[in-house]
Design a protein around this ligand. Sequence first.
Ligand code: PMP
Length: 388
Amino acid sequence: MYLDYQSAKPVDPEVIAAMTPYMAEKFGNASSLHEVGDWSTEALDSSRRTIAHFVNAREPEEIIFTSGATEANNLAIIGYALRNKQKGKHVIISEVEHISILNIAKYLRKNGFEVSTVPVDFTGTVRLDKLEERIRPDTILISIQHANNEIGTIQPVMSIGKIAREKKIVFHVDAVASEGQIPIDVQRDFIDMLTLSSNDIYGPRGVGALYVRKGFLLNPLIIGGGQERGLRSGTEDVAAIVGFAKAAELALQYMPEESKRLRQLRDKAIKTVFETVPRSYLNGHPTNRLPNNAHFRFDFIEGESILLSFKERGIAVSTGSACSSQTLEPSHTLMSLGLLHEEAHGSLEITMGRFTREADVDTFLEALPGVVKRLRDMSPLTKTEVGM
Ligand code: PMP
């Protein structure tokens, strides 16, 4: 039983069906001029149109296919910063960005740029007042996520976009956590660059995209045969791109119904946990959060031990970001909310998706109070707190 959709999603069977011909009979190189190449060129063009439509880009050429979200984030931030450093060397990100963005910020700092971070409030929402305070005459780029990949808080991207546009600062958004769950509109929200990943909408791994508004210049990070308007060289993986586009098409089609269903499951999970587990709390925004995300905190126990107890029962849950789960450090996102180390370590996340059934959530909810009680009975922290 799988309740960790944020870390990985299965590929939708319809996506696999759409990709298969492009791995077999339609295997051509999109740069070749013969008919077999043409099939791939046409598939690439049509996929680019689909992804452009997915985010409401004006033109398909504004979409650059990459190997995934990490590469798109690198291209957006490093590519833009290097190309435009004569305009200024100051970049702003939020404290709760994905680890890829935090490490890009470290790279920029080592290479002569200054990067300021904007704090969030206790719900995980970016503080707009603090963002405005950090803007300087040499600020060239603001990068803020659409929604948080751990706690699910949705950021006020349109307000941030307005601020950036007024100050003539380029605005990049990492939309990996939100794509397919809430609509994305780069024009409405004043977004200049936007990162997407295919697997997060039930497409194959190893492919993603960067939307770059027409007229913005970036330095490529991968140099070669000049594919993707010279911004990302290398023979395109047409089958993966076709799968990504099919996934985007399905996401648009399913989003209203799917989000409604997941929101109901999420709200049921939150309500039941509060009713059945004493001293339980919700991390992130109470309502303005991703439809599929419920991120809890339990006093006196570690999220990791709850995760392992569920693992024994064949239920996959998470303690937070899969990308940083190898470290023993508490999540930087939870620390930014103002939680103590032990509170951050007491967190457990469930994320649901297209193939989650209500019965799966019920099984989790039925098991949770017993798991928490057993761990609390064993925990020295409980004994200290209640003076046993
Ligand atoms: N941004 C966010 C918000 C993410 O959650 C992730 C991880 N899924 C990434 C970027 C990086 O994605 P990938 O590891 O697929 O490149």
